[in-house]
Ligand binder design. Sequence first.
Ligand code: AMP
Length: 391
Amino acid sequence: MLILVANLGSTSFKYRLFRMDEDGGEVVAKGGYERVDDYAAVIDDALATLQRDGVISSPAEIDAVGFKTVLGKNLSGCVIADQAVIDALEGFAAVAPAHNPPYANGIRQFAKSLPKAELVALFETAFYQWTSQASANYAIPKTWRDIGIRRYGFHGASHKFVAERSAELCGREDVAQIARRLYLDGPQSVSGKPFRVISCHLGGSSSVTGILNGVAIGTSMGFSPQSGLPQNNRVGDLDSGAIPYAMRTLGIPLDEAERQLTKESGLLGLSGVSNDIRDVRQAADSGNKDAQLALDCLVHSIRHWIGAFMIELGGIDALVFTAGIGENNPALRAAVCQGLEGFGICADPAKNAACRATECDIASDDSPAAILVIPANEELVLAREVFRKLS
Ligand code: AMP
């Protein structure tokens, strides 16, 4: 099955074309465009390029297009990208302004350019559709809840991949099978011991998710990707009382407060140095106290959420690190794991130091819990879900 995974940004379009079968898949072509103002033109150009380069003999060969949609109003899951998906994206355009309008437009455009292809949307919120009401709800008035304000969660594709892969690596094929088929069959009970995973997706944008038997029980991100851990330049968790106080005291309007919390906060805001953890670490190592504070706050927040999910899960069988920081930053992993031996999380310093951007278990031989590094590959995750949906 030929599946095109479309990554649509507010001014960009990137794609990867996968050939998928039961055993997995491979990328057969990839490309992208920056500074896009006409999606129709670049999508048609991409299809023409694939044909000209001999990758496909006709665009009609493409069986499906996958969209990693972020947040839909009253809609989630891995679903056929039809008018209901477009309406759901447009219904929450104000909550995800950088993501929802380009995906709504992209789906419309692909429906025109590839009328025979199946279009599939995998919402980033999909992995959290079975979390408890207690975990999903905020303590807000009913009128607020009625307009859709609740904890949705994000990075669903990445955390679901972790749910599958961690079970495979820990020899829990029963759980891996449940996780793989989650969007087809829903949660299933396991006959043996429960399998409890805490997945740390740490990158430009970060979240921690608790996973029981292949299904998310909760996550650090909430209504929007603004909450949870400090992000590269977004604030993460913040007391709602701080916003009116800052607006009144600093004399800034709501738009400016929103801009500062989404563009000038997180690692950048705390460190005053950079939104990239490599620069922040370098500054901290040179004695910059604000940079050190930024790193400490990130580690503190990660551990806060790990602790929360250990209680919810009643223990832990695997702690997982994924995404740019999780895969490449042994110092941060060491800081997260420090002093957790009493909870069964025992990292091996040498294994941790040696592991960069490859799959490995960095736990000591006698650690009760596995500590896994699992490289993220969100495009492949998407291609796999589209393949499963259509097979
Ligand atoms: P992601 O959003 O998963 O692409 O992760 C991006 C972030 O990961 C960057 O902002 C860096 O802070 C971090 N990162 C990426 N590559 C490395 C690396 N080789 N070493 C340390 N940190 C890295």
